[in-house]
Design a protein around this ligand. Structure first.
Ligand code: SAM
Ligand code: SF4
Length: 340
């Protein structure tokens, strides 16, 4: 192998942003039907459309070769994908070689009780668990098919396995506004950080009122500030999240505000769907098909060329905007398709 093949040029986009973070959706399926994410009667993709676990391995490994240091597995619900643990175990070789800094996942927590020890054994250190409410009835309402006790047991199992858990909560007006302090305290007691996410205009969910559901994180932050002393943290992850420390509890609270703020200038990430479409920006329709080059050749040359060509057209930013009381910049894909 030549020196160049061993050390290929890193992925740098036209705005001089290095791509070091890849989020991969490994399935569009899920055992929940969260109201802001899926319709109740979702049509899922035929299996043949999905990348196989071997193809996912080749794809992720190519990105790691090209400089990706952090890999987040998502979905749909990643832990409902058959044999997904074998994929995590396969990816752990990149952690062992030092090529990859972090292997992680975003999960609804329903399968964690079963899988947490194996995830820890595969080198996963931190996970994000999505949880919008601690009220059993409200949880059943927002997830439609989810059961809160199962998720809470999963979170306990993850912590018992030594995984650090960060809770992600979607801020929903009139739904979890009243749980701001309860969720904060519960996370503090469990030594968990908490990140609030603004609801985004993804997919056509038939009559969901996105503008009405929108609870600005400026308001979430202001409400939190009435009860805690907030210190801004300089920490940046290259994504649309900003963090504060609550001095009274020491915990970190994050705000993901793709709508009220736009942090695209430091974007270091791209996303791959479960069918191998590479989205250079969550908020834009432009994408590149990586499945065709994967399936066209047993070698990774065409795949790497397709990745480079796509990164060369990563856009400057997205166009989501609620400021005119409409969900402007809406993209038609569901979050479960692109991977949240
Ligand atoms: N099933 C896993 C889970 O729920 O964590 C991973 C995939 S899910 C699509 C990833 C994240 O996207 C979750 O935290 C979910 O709450 C969030 N999400 C889904 N639809 C959203 C929307 N319309 N706006 C904002 N966040 C959304
Ligand atoms: Fe499933 Fe996650 Fe979407 Fe909820 S947010 S329906 S758990 S993929």
């Amino acid at each position: 192998m030549t020196e160049t093949a061993l050390h290929p040029a890193p992925l740098i986009d036209p705005f001089a942003r290095a791509i070091s973070y890849l989020r991969v959706s490994v399935t569009d399926r899920c055992d929940f039907r969260c109201v802001y994410c899926m319709s109740e009667q979702m049509q899922f993709l035929p299996k043949a459309e999905l990348l196989t676990l071997e193809e996912l391995d080749r794809l992720c490994s190519a990105f790691v070769r090209l400089g990706v240091r952090k890999l987040r597995i998502t979905g749909g619900e990643p832990l409902v994908r058959r044999n997904i643990l074998s994929f995590f175990h396969a990816m752990s070789r990149h952690l062992e070689s030092g090529a990859l800094e972090e292997l992680t996942l975003t999960t609804n927590g329903s399968q964690l009780e079963r899988f947490a020890p194996d995830l820890a054994a595969a080198g996963v250190r931190r996970i994000n668990v999505s949880l919008d409410t601690l009220d059993e009835a409200k949880f059943a309402r927002v997830t439609r098919w989810g059961r809160l006790p199962q998720v809470l047991k999963g979170i306990d199992a993850a912590r018992a396995a030594g995984l650090r858990v960060k809770i992600n909560a979607v801020a929903l007006k009139g739904f979890n506004e009243d749980e701001l302090l309860r969720l904060t305290e519960w996370c503090a007691e469990g030594g968990m950080d908490l990140t609030w996410i603004e609801v985004m205009p993804m997919g056509d969910l038939g009559g969901e009122d996105r503008v009405g559901q929108f609870w600005s994180l400026k308001d979430v932050r202001a409400a939190l500030g009435q009860h805690y002393t907030l210190t801004d943290l300089a920490e940046r992850t290259g994504g649309p999240a900003r963090y504060v420390r609550l001095e009274e509890t020491g915990q970190k609270v994050g705000f993901i505000t793709p709508l009220s703020h736009n942090f695209c200038e430091s974007c270091n990430r791209v996303r791959v769907t479960c069918t191998g479409e590479l989205f250079m920006c969550l908020g834009q329709e432009d994408n590149a098909d990586l499945r065709a080059p994967l399936r066209a050749s047993a070698g990774d040359g065409p795949l790497e060329a397709a990745i480079r060509a796509a990164i060369a057209r990563k856009p400057k930013g997205h166009d989501f905007d609620y400021s005119r009381q409409r969900a402007d910049g809406q993209v038609s894909r569901h979050m479960s398709h692109t991977g949240g």
